[in-house]
Design a protein. Structure first.
Length: 268
């Protein structure tokens, strides 16, 4: 992994958010890559409950100031950055007053999904990609964590398919336990279709439940990691049928298993 560049994208990362399995993995994986001589960057949303003073976030003016079009509306992009204490890792935060100022993550106090999570996902996807372009940092691997990141493979293979900085990037999707029931949004398909993405590629968004979102990500992924024991059976069945290289949960817990997956299957 020496000098290989790995872009980690997640909706949750410690120490900025509570220690869920996803948040812990989103820290441990890039740390492991660093320990093996790789280079990492981490991207996550800047939710309102993140204490900017405590974690020493600061806005990066040269990266901010762009407007992203979300469902025909211009939304300003703000980029903030921080360093994880005692680690050689930088974390970039995608921020917007409309989408991420609220003091919550993806659900309200009653544990209901926010109705604008679809637009937040589109904004986060475009925001990360546009920022990486500005950084001129071409990742060898893009590792995605959680359903909130499911649009990245789709957009990288359609909307941004002609961007040379991602021409050789491989995508790995980590699948976590199902954490919501029902449909994320009944307008999701329409809002993504606004970006002229082919209809047949966004068919899963017409349903937009947890399994459909994960399948959409895996449709364009070069590898996978089952990161929880309680992954839906339908996803495991899909992975077996499509023969995507990856790690089942028990394998993913072994030392250096992910590095071996990267080097022996994803980057070969």
């Amino acid at each position: 992994m020496k000098d290989k560049k790995v872009l980690n994208i997640s909706s949750e990362v410690v120490p900025y958010l509570p220690q869920t399995n996803q948040a812990i993995n989103s820290f441990k994986i890039p740390k492991n890559i660093n320990d093996h001589g790789g280079q990492t960057r981490i991207f996550m949303p800047r939710y309102g409950l993140i204490n900017e003073r405590r974690h020493q976030l600061h806005e990066v003016i040269r990266l901010s100031g762009m407007n992203l079009v979300i469902n025909d509306v211009d939304m300003p992009l703000i980029i903030k950055v921080a360093s994880i204490p005692k680690e050689r890792m930088q974390v970039y935060f995608i921020d917007n007053e409309e989408y991420f100022k609220r003091r919550a993550i993806l659900k309200d106090e009653s544990q209901a999904l926010f109705p604008d999570n679809d637009e937040r996902m589109i904004f986060f996807t475009k925001g990360v990609i546009e920022t990486v372009k500005k950084l001129n940092w071409s990742p060898d691997i893009i590792h995605l964590h959680g359903w909130f990141t499911c649009l990245f493979p789709l957009y990288l293979n359609t909307y941004y398919k002609d961007e040379p900085i991602f021409a050789n990037s491989k995508i790995v999707t980590s699948v976590y336990a199902k954490d919501f029931d029902g449909v994320l949004s009944h307008q999701f398909h329409k809002k993504v279709a606004f970006d002229d993405i082919p209809e047949e590629l966004i068919e899963p968004l017409k349903k937009a439940d947890f399994e459909s979102l994960e399948q959409l990500s895996l449709n364009f992924s070069d590898g996978y990691v089952i990161a929880d024991q309680d992954t839906p059976n339908s996803i495991e069945k899909y992975l077996k049928e499509n023969k995507i290289p990856g790690l089942i949960f028990e394998e993913s817990q072994k030392n250096d298993a992910l590095v071996n997956l990267y080097t022996n299957h994803i980057l070969k």
